[in-house]
Design a protein around this ligand. Structure first.
Ligand SMILES: Nc1ncnc2c1ncn2[C@@H]1O[C@H](COP(=O)(O)OP(=O)(O)O)[C@@H](O)[C@H]1O
Ligand SMILES: [Mg+2]
Length: 397
């Protein structure tokens, strides 16, 4: 039996764990949490190691004599995947590419070197460097940690802010930065999209372009995705070209990529990219609904040295809306079953319970849940999704 090691055994990795088992593979799941849901799936071999502890993951990988290693939709284990794949001669991105796609400072530098459009940026390591960088921007700038996700630590800073507010933005970002490195960059304005692609033998196949809705300034938390993007074909082609150039520049020759792009007055520019699937149910739910492409299956196949099938099967619509509520304590969650039964609804996921706090959204974890719907077109999927969303009442005191 061929063995696949999957880094992470949380809900995020569950789709991969289950699919790999279905494919007849022996799954070795790695997670620092002994209670991880993925460990409870029958047949899974559990390794209670942090997925970022490269040394011990490598030892376990050797001990199990694995045939492949992967992770889904999460940045933190990417460097370990790359190091283990290289050490054992297994398919995967190189450690350098893992760095290029998980450290936003390194990412910006590499993209700029290759002439790929990025916002003006300064990589800073101290408060003095930070204040100096902030003063380079006329009106406002974005402050963000180089190595986090889910919008954690990202803020828009107005130049007219007091010194205290500037320090606050610095400390907020710093709190979420493992390395302590922070990016101060141009605030790009315009519609935002993400590009889900899959590379095979150095060729980048774009599978889908998604219109993204965020809360906007100051924290930019994702609150909705629509597929396919409603942008004109010419714009979509520019987006595809830019994503392809970013994938090439960072060295992603094989496997998934998730590229986020802002369409500014001076053309599309890169927000960030990962050598991984898009999270937030993008790759696991929305892409299969809108294109028929099973990206999780493709990732497993690639990791195991088998041929992935990324051919687009159909052109339909899909949408997700994330739930939020007024700040307070959740005292009631109503209408969930009605929402589930609503036309074209594929999934209603609630991550909070009665008694939990609801807060102004600052990062992805603050969202209360989500609704996913399908449709023949994006418009139909959006309408179904929003109709179901309206049925859910989050009562807050
Ligand atoms: N330079 C920027 N200009 C405009 N918006 C930005 C910029 N950087 C980040 N954002 C906004 O913040 C969101 C989160 O930032 P991102 O760099 O993607 O970090 P994360 O890894 O947390 O997703 C983006 O999706 C975008 O809406
Ligand atoms: Mg992002």
């Amino acid at each position: 039996m061929k063995k696949l090691m999957i880094l992470g055994a949380s809900i995020l990795q569950l789709t991969a764990i289950e699919k790999a088992l279905e494919m007849g593979l022996q799954v070795i799941a790695v997670d620092m949490d002994p209670e991880a849901v993925g460990f409870k799936v029958p047949g899974v071999i559990c390794e209670n190691i942090s997925s970022t502890d490269t040394e011990n993951v490598l030892l376990a990988a050797r001990r199990h004599e694995i045939n492949g290693i992967m992770t889904l939709a999460s940045d933190k284990p990417m460097r370990t995947v790359a190091v283990v794949a290289k050490a054992l001669g297994l398919p995967g991105i190189s450690p350098q590419t893992a760095l290029n796609t998980t450290d936003k400072g390194q990412m910006r530098t590499v993209l700029k070197e290759h002439g790929v459009a990025v916002p003006e940026f300064y990589l800073v390591r101290s408060l003095a460097e930070y204040l100096d960088a902030v003063s380079k921007f006329e009106d406002s700038c974005i402050v963000k940690p180089v190595d986090n996700s889910g919008s954690r630590g990202v803020t828009l800073l107005l130049n007219s802010s007091s010194l205290d507010k500037k320090k606050e933005a610095y400390n907020y970002s710093k709190k979420y930065s493992d390395s302590g490195n922070i990016l101060v960059e141009e605030y790009m304005q315009g519609p935002e999209v993400s590009v889900e692609a899959f590379s095979i033998d150095g060729v980048c196949y774009v599978i889908q372009i998604t219109d993204k809705i965020t809360t906007g300034p100051p924290y930019f938390v994702e609150i909705g995705h629509n597929q396919p993007s409603s942008l004109p074909v010419v714009t979509k082609n520019e987006i595809k070209d830019l994503a392809g150039a970013a994938v090439k520049a960072t060295g992603i020759l094989e496997g998934p990529s998730h590229t986020e792009i802002k369409l500014t007055d001076s053309g599309p520019k890169i927000v960030e990219l990962g050598a991984r699937l898009g999270g937030g149910f993008l790759a696991t739910h929305l892409v299969p609904l809108s294109t028929g492409v099973d990206l999780v299956d493709s990732c497993i196949r690639l990791a195991m040295g088998m041929n992935p099938d990324v051919a687009i099967k159909h052109d339909r619509g899909s949408a997700i809306r994330f739930l939020q509520a007024e700040p307070g304590t959740i005292v009631g969650l109503e209408g969930i079953e009605e929402a589930r039964k609503s036309e074209n609804v594929v999934q209603v996921h609630i991550s909070h319970s009665v008694g939990d706090k609801s807060v102004v959204l600052k990062n992805g974890n603050d969202r209360i849940g989500s609704v996913i719907a399908r449709g023949e077109t994006a418009t139909e999927a959006i309408a179904s999704c929003e109709r179901a969303q309206e049925k859910i009442k989050i009562i807050v005191k």
